[in-house]
Design a binder for this molecule. Structure first.
Ligand SMILES: NC(=O)c1ccc[n+]([C@@H]2O[C@H](COP(=O)([O-])OP(=O)(O)OC[C@H]3O[C@@H](n4cnc5c(N)ncnc54)[C@H](O)[C@@H]3O)[C@@H](O)[C@H]2O)c1
Length: 463
């Protein structure tokens, strides 16, 4: 589906960087566009009010764990004082990513035993999120846990209960919810300018081997360099398999496929922009494994239609789709309202008003006589003396992220602030659990070839 707003490609085509758009007025498909560059807050200035840094450790320092450490460098309220990973080389990778030396270990429990540690960042495969979160909370630490929060519906509720019983701060890791871009989208949505919204379409498409989780397997990977036994905690036993260790997203024992990888970002975005923090009442998925027939468990193309019980608006349909075989339209969310459309891409938010000026709709008069049509037009003009029959020119508004903006650093800074102030984070255990359940609903429907219904009373999915 073509985005009604500016796509990332349009944005690049329109000018050499976002600065070229700032304050400018362009024109696209008959609608004038007023474009504004958003201003990023100064994270470097946000040190802890007490002057004391939040001391955190990183558990899981693979691709994302290293990314988080690079981003954490930009959020000076915290300082990394240790890291745990099951693969030896990732201890060094973590130190390189953060640009400092700290204690490293294979066994994260050694870090949790330390009294000088306030918080943990968990970036392990999803099947380990529950165990490590529960251990961290038992040790009195606050937790930033990568998305999707849970590997199963039961895991998510166990984690949320533990967070609340332990009175800990918990932030799930869908960093876009902390982005200034999503804050702008939320502001526009909340202003009511979209009118009634009953339809949301969101997509994330890729077309590269890396986009299909075909990640490098280092030649030294083996039982001597990898703690395979620890990796298999909370997963079925099997002999060492480097492919499963480094490409775990392909397998249902450890990940949730496109649902856990990408749907969760889209659902978190929808939750934060609309303020609808709940679980869909039902979901239906279709798709298939069309290209990457390499032994993986998950489809490389999936579409899911959700029905949400949006009490304020009388119902909402959400359509998500992800593709690993064509990246057209890459990442985007569109909110279709009766008086406007909000389109969010990776770097822009665009609001385009719907043309709702009353006009003489000649089409319906096509089967009448000329005399009837003439009379109809005269009556319409008499009833609408102020109205122009032609479409008015609409003014779309677009907002773009500044170059170099890092929403992960923003999300981590939000977590550090909450650890210090004990105030709410943007993506707490309830929010994160709801978004993760959306992935589980999608996968349930795909694998059972049935509509997945959410049963709030039993907190479970019914067929
Ligand atoms: N927010 C985002 O945009 C984003 C992007 C990528 C990944 N993620 C999430 O981050 C998490 C990690 O993904 P990744 O791509 O970095 O995977 P990865 O395989 O590159 O890294 C995971 C690391 O966790 C380590 N690990 C596993 N179990 C462990 C344990 N018990 N103790 C210590 N270390 C352990 C592994 O050794 C590995 O190095 C996943 O939950 C994923 O969904 C989020």
């Amino acid at each position: 589906m073509k985005l009604p707003g500016i796509t990332r490609r349009d944005f690049v085509r329109l000018g050499a960087g976002a600065a070229a758009l700032a304050g400018a007025e362009g024109s696209r498909a008959g609608a004038a566009i007023k474009s504004t560059l958003l201003k990023a807050p100064e994270l470097a200035a946000q040190t802890a009010q007490s002057g004391r840094k939040i001391r955190f450790v990183s558990i899981g320092t693979g691709i994302r764990g290293c990314d988080l450490l690079r981003a954490a460098k930009l959020a000076p309220a915290g300082i990394c004082v240790g890291a745990a990973d099951l693969y030896a080389m990732r201890h060094k990778a973590a130190q390189e990513a953060y640009g400092a030396e700290f204690a490293t270990t294979r066994d994260y429990r050694e870090l949790l035993d330390r009294k000088d540690v306030d918080a943990v960042i968990i970036a392990t495969p999803d099947h380990q999120h529950k165990r490590i979160t529960l251990d961290a909370i038992a040790a009195g630490k606050d937790v930033y846990c990568e998305k999707p929060m849970s590997h199963s519906v039961a895991d998510g509720f166990a984690m949320a209960e533990a967070v609340q019983a332990g009175k800990r701060i918990f932030q799930a890791g869908s960093q876009r919810v902390s982005s200034i871009l999503y804050a702008k989208a939320r502001e526009i949505y909340a202003s009511g300018r979209l009118g009634e919204v009953h339809s949301i379409d969101a997509r994330w498409n890729r077309n590269t081997p890396g986009g299909a989780w075909i990640y490098p397997i280092p030649p030294d990977a083996g039982p001597a360099t990898v703690d395979w036994e620890a990796f298999l905690r909370d997963a079925p036993p099997r002999p060492f398999d480097a492919l499963r260790f480094f490409r775990w997203r392909m397998f249902a024992d450890y990940g949730e496929g496109l649902g856990g990888d990408l749907f969760v970002h889209l659902l978190s975005g929808i939750q934060v922009i609309t303020g609808i923090n709940t679980v869909a009442s039902r979901a239906y998925s279709s798709g298939g494994l069309y290209h990457f027939k390499d032994g993986r468990d998950f489809p490389d193309q999936i579409e899911t239609v959700y029905d949400y019980p949006d009490a304020a608006n009388g119902g909402l349909q959400v359509h998500l789709h992800c593709n690993q075989n064509n990246d057209d339209g890459d990442e985007g969310l569109s909110f279709f309202g009766s008086t406007g459309t909000l389109a969010v891409t990776g770097r822009t938010v665009t609001f385009t008003p719907q043309e709702t000026t009353p006009r003489f709709e000649a089409y319906g008069w096509g089967g009448m006589t000329e005399a009837q049509r003439k009379q109809g037009l005269e009556e319409w003009r008499a009833a609408h003396p102020q109205q122009q029959p032609a479409l008015a020119r609409t003014l779309a508004e677009s907002f773009a992220l500044p170059q170099g903006y890092n929403d992960t650093a923003e999300h981590i800074a939000n977590f550090f602030r909450a650890v210090e102030t004990r105030e709410h984070v943007v993506e707490d255990e309830i929010f994160g659990n709801h978004a993760a359940i959306g992935c589980h609903l999608a996968n349930y429907s795909y694998f059972h070839r049935a509509i997945a219904t959410w049963d709030p009373a039993s907190q479970s999915i019914k067929g």
